[in-house]
Design a protein around this ligand. Structure first.
Ligand SMILES: *[C@@H]1O[C@H](CO)[C@@H](O)[C@H](O)[C@H]1NC(C)=O
Ligand SMILES: *[C@@H]1O[C@H](CO)[C@@H](O)[C@H](O)[C@H]1NC(C)=O
Ligand SMILES: *[C@@H]1O[C@H](CO)[C@@H](O)[C@H](O)[C@H]1NC(C)=O
Ligand SMILES: *[C@@H]1O[C@H](CO)[C@@H](O)[C@H](O)[C@H]1NC(C)=O
Ligand SMILES: *[C@@H]1O[C@H](CO)[C@@H](O)[C@H](O)[C@H]1NC(C)=O
Ligand SMILES: *[C@@H]1O[C@H](CO)[C@@H](O)[C@H](O)[C@H]1NC(C)=O
Ligand SMILES: *[C@@H]1O[C@H](CO)[C@@H](O)[C@H](O)[C@H]1NC(C)=O
Ligand SMILES: *[C@@H]1O[C@H](CO)[C@@H](O)[C@H](O)[C@H]1NC(C)=O
Ligand SMILES: *[C@@H]1O[C@H](CO)[C@@H](O)[C@H](O)[C@H]1NC(C)=O
Ligand SMILES: *[C@@H]1O[C@H](CO)[C@@H](O)[C@H](O)[C@H]1NC(C)=O
Ligand SMILES: *[C@@H]1O[C@H](CO)[C@@H](O)[C@H](O)[C@H]1NC(C)=O
Ligand SMILES: *[C@@H]1O[C@H](CO)[C@@H](O)[C@H](O)[C@H]1NC(C)=O
Length: 556
């Protein structure tokens, strides 16, 4: 830090015409090695890579980057290469990008702001970064098993095998269309997303790696897409880089890579029915797996019936021998994001108007609000376990009482749950991220209150595209006010947008989203107390009046 400050000073002086400082151009950060002769040996790609055959080249790692503190601005994620931007059927505004309206099926792009227009993720002047918490989702995946798009394909195929159908006009492609999607695992684009997330994280926060005295322990869960996401993100961070290119494209090379990654430990928590894991808390919460948790689709269905009625009327004349139901139309619309993130482009996208894409996005906002967000009585309970772990990490005190999804075996020792890391990385799911931000009382995101099912409100703030897209990431920056060696403040950055913390008792309004660390911790402890895990997850209740619930808890 001291060196960087002096460098900035040196630049200022140089502009004023002063002479360069004595250290300008110095290479003293590293032992500058003697150049060695480069020996080139052919390596057949079919052979296992022999690393020692690569050793006698000049190899110099540079210093760690830390652009979150050294750059004046943060690089934004604005593209989703190599996805092709589709059109809408009405082609109204060229500025309208269909890809930005897919809710949790959208690829992550930087959010400008969550109500703090002047805040940036760059460390505010006068503060020093001490620690960072990263909670991220997996990258783009194929549909989960048994979801709508495959049902549509099955029905269409049955019709083709039976009486047959004739599609014309915009639907003509259905005559020869086939279903090409897999299930559950990451798509190639999804791997790229997590690789890029890792690269971005290392460039922004790499300086903190210098503070590790042991190898980092980072966590994910046991689903294949979760393990793959965690590893690809690590590869993106240049942690044992040599095989990274291979790892991103070849499953086989990837599994080789898994075995040799020595720069950090990956903890893989079991994600399965009945197992405690704060990264998959629904596995021990019955009300996250019954008709209480499916309330979101009940609410979403009401809206879907309305906004897709014109599409049903418009498209039905173009297919004979197959009755297009609203459910079919919604599945066709859902095929657009899934085909795009898997195949790079989808002809289904162009079937729908701009209005209908806004409707689609809102259907996912409704689904999340009422199933995994502020409008579901079991949501805060699901997020509570991770908040308990967060408090443990921030206070350096171990959890001693167990009454949520926290896994006592995991959190009770330094091997699986070290408390003193400068960087914490946890990989999880969209619905867990939305549960955690509800449990943390990020109330500005829920400020517009319960979502209506018959129209999109003008002041809609609960936008899942911004909260939990593929590759989404929640970053907690633990900071010290200059002069202090201990952390004094914290703030939270969701998908690059700084989140106001004013919903948390005691956190004052702050243009940079900062809250005093002790106040924040006290607020989180209060949230842990006020969330009744046993009742909200286990009690047999019916969903209360949806207008009465905005904090993800059963009303007291
Ligand atoms: C790997 O290469 C080194 C140096 O060329 C050689 O000494 C060693 O025997 C090789 N190991 C294997 C397993 O081929
Ligand atoms: C979208 O429409 C524009 C103008 O009609 C056209 O130039 C462009 O090729 C279309 N893009 C796709 C992906 O179909
Ligand atoms: C943002 O900055 C502008 C210009 O300095 C100022 O006018 C505005 O009030 C600020 N907005 C907020 C919400 O702080
Ligand atoms: C499809 O079109 C052909 C030729 O026009 C016609 O013979 C057939 O009955 C149609 N099939 C259906 C299912 O509409
Ligand atoms: C990568 O892993 C290999 C094998 O364990 C190790 O020898 C090498 O030093 C590691 N590379 C880096 C950059 O840490
Ligand atoms: C805690 O987690 C470990 C590792 O995932 C698992 O083996 C153990 O069964 C879990 N304990 C409970 C009570 O779920
Ligand atoms: C479509 O619906 C109409 C009217 O509801 C019905 O008569 C017809 O048999 C249905 N066609 C198919 C292919 O299901
Ligand atoms: C697992 O979670 C339950 C709460 O659902 C808790 O009572 C139990 O102590 C936890 N077990 C472990 C080993 O963490
Ligand atoms: C949003 O609009 C609704 C009416 O459409 C109103 O009841 C509510 O108070 C508004 N919320 C905010 C935060 O402005
Ligand atoms: C969380 O927000 C609610 C308002 O939605 C408020 O009543 C409660 O006191 C807050 N809890 C904490 C700990 O900040
Ligand atoms: C929940 O309560 C209702 C009525 O109070 C009852 O019919 C139902 O069987 C109960 N369900 C469970 C899982 O206990
Ligand atoms: C869930 O189903 C049970 C029985 O099937 C019923 O008693 C209960 O009211 C339902 N709950 C909700 C939230 O719809």
């Amino acid at each position: 830090m001291l060196l960087l400050t002096s460098c900035a000073l040196a630049v200022t002086l140089a502009r004023l015409g002063a002479t360069a400082s004595t250290f300008a151009g110095s290479t003293s950060t590293f032992q500058f090695p003697q150049p060695m002769p480069l020996s080139l040996r052919p390596i057949l790609s079919s052979q296992t890579l022999n690393r020692s055959a690569l050793q006698d080249q000049l190899q110099v790692a540079g210093d760690e980057a830390g652009s979150i503190a050294t750059a004046p601005a943060v690089a934004k994620v604005e593209q989703a290469f190599p996805l092709v931007q589709p059109n809408t059927s009405d082609n109204k505004e060229s500025s309208f990008n269909v890809i930005d309206h897919w809710g949790n099926l959208s690829p992550f792009k930087s959010v400008a702001s969550f109500g703090l227009p002047n805040a940036s993720a760059v460390i505010p002047a006068g503060y020093t970064l001490q620690q960072v918490q990263l909670l991220h989702r997996h990258g783009a995946r194929y549909p989960t098993s048994g979801s709508g798009p495959a049902d549509f394909a099955t029905e269409l195929h049955a019709a083709a095998q039976g009486v047959g159908f004739n599609a014309t006009g915009p639907l003509e492609f259905l005559n020869i269309w086939t279903y090409k999607l897999g299930a559950e695992i990451l798509t190639p684009f999804g791997r790229e997303q997590l690789f890029n997330l890792g690269v971005g994280f290392r460039v922004k926060y790499g300086q903190l790696l210098k503070g590790f005295s042991d190898l980092p322990v980072w966590r994910t869960t046991s689903e294949e897409r979760m393990v793959d996401s965690a590893y690809v993100a690590a590869i993106g961070q240049n942690l044992n880089i040599t095989d990274a290119g291979l790892a991103c494209i070849s499953q086989q090379a990837f599994s080789v890579f898994r075995a040799i990654l020595p720069d950090y430990h990956q903890l893989i928590e079991i994600e399965a029915d009945g197992f405690n894991s704060t990264l998959a808390p629904y596995e021990i919460c019955p009300n996250a797996n019954n008709n209480i948790s499916s309330f979101g689709s009940v609410q979403s269905q009401k809206w879907i019936q309305l906004y897709l009625a014109p599409a049903q009327e418009r498209l039905s004349p173009f297919i004979e021998g197959f009755n297009l139901t609203i459910a079919d139309i919604y599945n066709m619309q859902t095929l657009c994001p899934y085909e795009t993130v898997a195949l790079g482009y989808s002809v289904f996208c162009d079937l729908f108007t701009e209005e209908e894409w806004k409707g689609f996005e809102y259907s996912l906002d409704l689904a999340f609000w009422y199933s995994n967000g502020p409008g579901n009585p079991a949501t805060s309970a699901l997020g509570r376990g991770w908040v308990e772990e967060l408090v443990s990490r921030l206070t350096q005190e171990r959890i001693t009482s167990f009454g949520s999804s926290v896994n006592e075996t995991i959190v009770s020792n330094d091997v699986t749950f070290p408390l003193n890391q400068p960087i914490f990385v946890d990989a999880s799911h969209d619905t867990v991220i939305t549960a955690i931000i509800t449990a943390m009382n990020f109330t500005s995101i829920a400020a517009n209150g319960p979502l209506p099912t018959d129209h999109i409100p003008d002041n809609q703030t609960y936008i899942v595209t911004q909260l939990a897209p593929f590759g989404s990431n929640l970053v907690g920056q633990v900071l010290s006010k200059d002069g202090s060696t201990n952390p004094t403040h914290i703030r939270w950055i969701l998908n690059d947008g700084v989140v106001p913390l004013t919903g948390i008792n005691g956190c004052a309004e702050d243009p940079n989203g900062l809250c005093d660390l002790p106040t924040f911790i006290a607020g989180m402890k209060q949230r842990i107390q006020e969330i009744d895990f046993d009742f909200d997850c286990f009690a047999n209740y019916t969903i209360p009046d949806p207008d009465t619930i905005t904090d993800g808890q059963f009303p007291q």
